[in-house]
Design a protein around this ligand. Structure first.
Ligand SMILES: Cc1cc2nc3c(=O)[nH]c(=O)nc-3n(C[C@H](O)[C@H](O)[C@H](O)COP(=O)(O)OP(=O)(O)OC[C@H]3O[C@@H](n4cnc5c(N)ncnc54)[C@H](O)[C@@H]3O)c2cc1C
Length: 436
C-alpha cells in the first residue's frame, strides 16, 4: 500500500487551511498549473497521472493559442442556423453524431439553453475577466520560473469569409471593448497588411478582427518545463503511470484516492482529470456536465514567407494557426460524437483540405505530425472551479477549448477558494451549482 504520511502540522487559521497535503488528479496543463500555485503557498502537493508522462491528454498538441481576449463561448445564438449542416454534412468543421447516451443529450440540451444572447454575452464578459487574470498569472509564473515554451506575444487575427458573420463580429468587438479588450476590425486589405501570407489564400476573405495582445506557445513544452520546476524547486511528487480508480470516503470527507497499489491519503483532493473527471466524480455521486469535444491538429515544418507569423483563426472552418518556432501548428474541428476516434484519418484529410483553402503553401503538409484530442467541455464553455458537497474535494476541470489559455487563472482562483480568501473574479459563476 502506498500511503503518504498525513501532514501532522495541519492548521486552520483565519486564512483557511494552511500547509496541507494536497492530491491533484491529472497532470495536464490544468493539474500542473494548479499544483504550481498551491505548492508556491507552501502546500505539500502530489499529482497522480495515469499516463506515462505529463500532458498526454488534451494538453498534448492543442492549438497553442493563449487567446485571452477572444473568449466568446461556443454556445452562441449564431451557431443555431448552422445546426442542420452539422447534422447533414460530413465536411463540416462542427459535427454532431447522436449517440444513445443520456450524457450527450443532457449536454446538448444545456448547450442549446446557453445559446441565448443574454447568456452568451454574459459568459463572454466573465471569461474575459478570467482571461485577464490568466494572462497576469501566466506572466507571473513565466517571469518567476523562466520557463521556455516558444512563448510569443504576436497578436491574433480572426478572419471571416462571410459578410454577415463579419458584421456580427464587429458588434461583439464593441461589447468586449466594454470588458477591456482592445481589438480592431479590418477589411481584407488591412488583414493582408498585417499578415501578408493571407495574400496567397485562394478563398476570399471579407475582413478580420485583430487583437494585438494575444499570445501563443507550445502547451506540451510548457507542461514539461513546469513539471521540472515543480519537482526540482517545489518538491512536488508527480506520480506518472498512476491511475486513480476511486475514492475512500468518510461521510462528507474524502480520505484517500484509490490506486492499484493502495491508497493515497491527503487533506484535500483536486480533480483535474480532463474528460475523465466525469467518471471519477460519478463515483462520488457528483454529476459533472462535461462532454468530450473531439478535435485534431497538424504540426508541420513552416515554409518561410508563406506561413503566418501572427496567430490566425479561420472562423468559417474553426481552424487556428500558430507558429511554434520553425513549426506551424494547425488545430480545428469540433465533434460532438463521444470520445470516438474511428473517423480520425478522414477528419484529418478534411482538416488538411480546409487548411489549403486559406494557407495553401504555408507548411510541409505531406509530412505533418497528426494528433487527435478531446476538449473537456461544459455546455456554457466555462470551467468548473470550486467546492463540492465533500468538504475537502475540489474541482478544477472542464476548460473546453480554452484550457491552455485559462489554466493559470483557474489555478489562482482554485487557490483562493481553497483558502477561503477573497477571489480575484466572481467564483460563483464557475461553481458546479450554476448548471444544476
Ligand atoms: C484540437 C484541440 C485544440 C485546442 N486548442 C487550444 C488552444 O489553442 N488554446 C487553448 O487555450 N486550449 C486549446 N484546447 C483546449 C485545451 O487543450 C484543453 O482545455 C486543456 O488541455 C485541458 O487540460 P486538462 O489538464 O484539463 O486536461 P488533460 O490535458 O486532458 O489532462 C487530464 C489528465 O488527467 C489524466 N487522467 C485521466 N484519468 C485519470 C485517472 N483516473 N487517474 C489519474 N490521471 C488521470 C489524463 O491522463 C490527463 O493527462 C484545444 C483542445 C483540442 C482538443
Amino acid at each position: 500500500m502506498v500511503a503518504h504520511a498525513h501532514f501532522d502540522q495541519l492548521r486552520f487559521t483565519k486564512e483557511g487551511w494552511s500547509h496541507m497535503q494536497v492530491c491533484i488528479v491529472g497532470a495536464g496543463v490544468v493539474g500542473l498549473t494548479g499544483a504550481y500555485f498551491l505548492a508556491r503557498e507552501g502546500h505539500d502537493v502530489t499529482v497522480l497521472e495515469s499516463g506515462d508522462d505529463v500532458a498526454q491528454g488534451a494538453s498534448h498538441a492543442n492549438g497553442a493559442q493563449l487567446s485571452y481576449s477572444y473568449v466568446a463561448p461556443l454556445a452562441d445564438p449564431s451557431v443555431l442556423p448552422h445546426l442542420p449542416a452539422w447534422l447533414l454534412s460530413s465536411d463540416s468543421a462542427l459535427r454532431y453524431v447522436p449517440r444513445p447516451d443520456m450524457k450527450q443529450w443532457r449536454w446538448c440540451m444545456a448547450f442549446l439553453r446557453a445559446c441565448r444572447t443574454a447568456t452568451s454575452n454574459r459568459t463572454a464578459l466573465e471569461l474575459l475577466q478570467l482571461g485577464a487574470l490568466s494572462r497576469a498569472a501566466l506572466h507571473e509564473l513565466v517571469g518567476q520560473e523562466k520557463i521556455e515554451f516558444d512563448h510569443v506575444q504576436n497578436g491574433k487575427l480572426v478572419v471571416y469569409r462571410d459578410a454577415h458573420e463579419f458584421e456580427l463580429a464587429r458588434r461583439k468587438v464593441d461589447l468586449l471593448a466594454e470588458g477591456g479588450a482592445s481589438q480592431s476590425a479590418l477589411d481584407r486589405r488591412g488583414c493582408i497588411e498585417i499578415e501578408p501570407s493571407l495574400d496567397f489564400a485562394p478563398t476570399s476573405i471579407v475582413g478580420g478582427i485583430h487583437t494585438p495582445s494575444e499570445e501563443a506557445g507550445d502547451c506540451l513544452r510548457f507542461c514539461n518545463a513546469l513539471a521540472n520546476v515543480l519537482r526540482d524547486r517545489y518538491h512536488v511528487r508527480i506520480m506518472t503511470g498512476t491511475r486513480v480508480l476511486g475514492w475512500v470516503r468518510q461521510g462528507r470527507q474524502i480520505v484517500a484516492a484509490r490506486i492499484e497499489q493502495g491508497d493515497i491519503r491527503a487533506d484535500a483532493f483536486v480533480l483535474s482529470a480532463g474528460t475523465a473527471s466525469v467518471d471519477l466524480a460519478e463515483g462520488l455521486g457528483l454529476r459533472l456536465p462535461i462532454y468530450p469535444l473531439t478535435g485534431y491538429s497538424l504540426t508541420a515544418a513552416a515554409i518561410p514567407d508563406r506561413s503566418p507569423g501572427i496567430n490566425v483563426t479561420d472562423l468559417h472552418r474553426k481552424v487556428v494557426y500558430a507558429r511554434l518556432g520553425e513549426q506551424l501548428r494547425i488545430a480545428g474541428m469540433v465533434e460532438i460524437t463521444g470520445a470516438d476516434e474511428s473517423q480520425r484519418e478522414a477528419r484529418l484529410a478534411t482538416l488538411t483540405r480546409h487548411v489549403k483553402e486559406i494557407f495553401p503553401f504555408a507548411a510541409d503538409y505531406a509530412n505533418a505530425e497528426t494528433w487527435c484530442g478531446h476538449r473537456p467541455a461544459t455546455p456554457d464553455s466555462k470551467p468548473l472551479v470550486g467546492a463540492t458537497k465533500f468538504s475537502n474535494f475540489w474541482l478544477n476541470t472542464g476548460h473546453g477549448a480554452l484550457g491552455f489559455t485559462l489554466a493559470c487563472g483557474t489555478a489562482k482562483l482554485l487557490a483562493e477558494v481553497l483558502h477561503g480568501r477573497q477571489t480575484s473574479v466572481d467564483a460563483s459563476v464557475y461553481s458546479l451549482n450554476r448548471l444544476s
